[in-house]
Design a protein around this ligand. Structure first.
Ligand SMILES: [Zn+2]
Length: 488
């Protein structure tokens, strides 16, 4: 079994990929059966944003002996062998240069960005206020709502034939959620300056956070889409938010006000941070965890998304990509700021998916389809086009096929249980490492580990979790090598 200590700690954000959650206040108990259905899905996505898995960083100098916390860059000289070199996701001056260029070439976009940033700053101020001067009446109401939902969910579990032991386990988990909420609210009361500092940090670096997302996407088409479809989100603090029982710690989406004739009267982007965002593995309040959660979630809200129904492939890769980018940004900020730190080990499933996201990104960026992943992520091209172009990109760059593996992963993604997803994501990461190794470089547990911790400011607790994962990675990388050698 992989990681025992994660199952009981369900802190994730929604994939902003499920249908928009809409206004939470409108969610009544009658709607819970649908939520029950989604529960499994959300549980399978456990802790995702906390799992500040990294990657986006890998270096494969001569062979893969070293990994320096940098983004993979694949180059092929004169049709010769592929070389892998270090390329920082976000380099020291990249954001400044990028900003300058945008100011020259896309003044309209920069105007939009300015407005967007203003809105986010207002949102963060509101968040501070809601945390430090909570409306006690509202909080009591929310606590009651949470209690009701918990009781309902437990009844459903019983009715669905769960054993008393399983129900008891769920009860324990739920009561921990309530305790955690109380803990975070108490913490805010007793440490208002710490909360203020954390939010001040986010405000001070908000431009870099957003520019980092736009820089990595590096797509004019996506930026154009942003101007027409994205507005700064309404940001709120969800004390006792019901979604936490489905393993969600932060979430975002679009709420639409629909008129009598079904017309959309108003639509707003929103982002909700719940107290679960503040709790790390130790069970203690951790502001680094919160900052990571915020940057990750904002990464969802800044991005346009497909209009049509979200495909399994999109769902499967969305989180990894957002997380990969959030990690790059935090890594960048951690270099010059004491208030930032990359986060890993919270959720190996996430760590694995970030590795896969960074590999796909690197393949695309190294080919003539530089903004392929960004455009697909924003719904500007569909799955089919993505797969075809990725295949071409892999050929161009001279690595093995990546698409057969991601197709396999996506197909079964939504049916899988959480533990199976952990396994499947480790397998996918191993397979993609194999693909880009193009037969010359072999995936190994050691590489996976290095991708995650090498050159980073990583806490001991997090390192420990990563180390526990090594056996699992070894099993997967060996199975990939075995299967592939049989096939060839
Ligand atoms: Zn997310």
């Amino acid at each position: 079994m992989p990681i025992e200590n994660w199952d009981d700690k369900e802190i994730i954000d929604t994939d902003n990929g499920s249908e928009p959650a809409g206004d939470l206040d409108l969610k009544k108990n009658e709607e819970l059966p649908i939520q029950e259905k989604r529960k499994r899905f959300f549980q399978s996505l456990n802790n995702k944003f906390m799992a500040m898995a990294m990657a986006g960083f890998l270096t494969l100098g001569s062979g893969w002996q070293e990994s320096f916390a940098d983004q993979i860059k694949l180059t092929r000289k004169d049709r010769g062998t592929i070389t892998f070199s270090m390329e920082e996701g976000i380099k020291e001056n990249s954001l400044k240069d990028f900003e300058k260029k945008l100011e020259e070439d896309e003044p309209k976009f920069m105007k939009w960005l300015e407005q967007y940033l203003k809105g986010v700053v207002v949102g963060i101020d509101g968040l501070t206020e809601q945390m430090l001067e909570p409306n006690e009446k509202e909080i009591q109401k929310a606590e009651k709502r949470l209690e009701k939902s918990i009781n309902y969910s437990l009844r459903m579990d019983s009715a669905a034939g769960q054993s008393p032991e399983q129900v008891l386990e769920t009860m324990t988990k739920f009561s921990k959620i309530r305790q955690d909420n109380k803990k975070v609210l108490d913490y805010a009361k007793k440490n208002p300056e710490s909360i203020r500092n954390a939010n001040r940090f986010l405000k001070e670096h908000i431009k870099d956070i957003i520019l980092g997302n736009i820089f990595i996407d590096n797509s004019k088409a996506v930026r154009d889409q942003m101007m027409t479809s994205i507005q700064s989100p309404d940001i709120s603090f969800g004390a006792y938010d019901v979604n936490q029982i489905y393993g969600i710690a932060a979430y975002s989406g679009i709420s639409e006000q629909v008129g009598n004739n079904g017309e959309i009267k108003d639509s707003r982007n929103y982002l909700v941070i719940t107290p679960s965002s503040f709790i790390f593995t130790s069970g203690e309040v951790d502001l680094t965890a919160y900052k990571n959660a915020f940057v990750h979630e904002l990464g969802h809200t800044i991005r346009p998304r497909p209009h049509n129904e979200l495909t399994p492939l999109w769902r499967a890769l969305n989180e990894g990509r957002v997380q990969n980018i959030a990690f790059e940004i935090l890594q960048y900020l951690s270099k010059n700021n004491s208030g930032a730190e990359p986060f890993i080990g919270f959720q190996i499933y996430y760590d694995n998916l970030v590795i896969t996201a960074s590999i796909l990104e690197s393949v695309a960026k190294s080919s003539s389809y530089e903004d392929l992943m960004a455009n697909w992520h924003a719904g500007l091209i569909d799955d089919q086009e993505l797969l075809v172009k990725l295949e071409i990109a892999s050929k161009e760059v001279g690595v093995g096929s990546t698409t057969k593996y991601i197709k396999n992963f996506a197909t079964s993604f939504e049916e899988k249980e959480y533990t199976e997803i952990v396994e499947a994501s480790a397998l996918l990461a191993s397979q993609l490492l194999y693909s880009i190794g193009a037969g010359n470089i072999k995936p190994s547990a050691e590489i996976m580990k290095k991708i995650l911790i090498s050159g980073r400011k990583i806490g001991d607790q997090q390192k420990e979790i990563i180390e526990k994962q090594e056996g699992n990675w070894r099993r997967h990388t060996l199975s990939v090598l075995k299967n592939e050698s049989e096939e060839n």
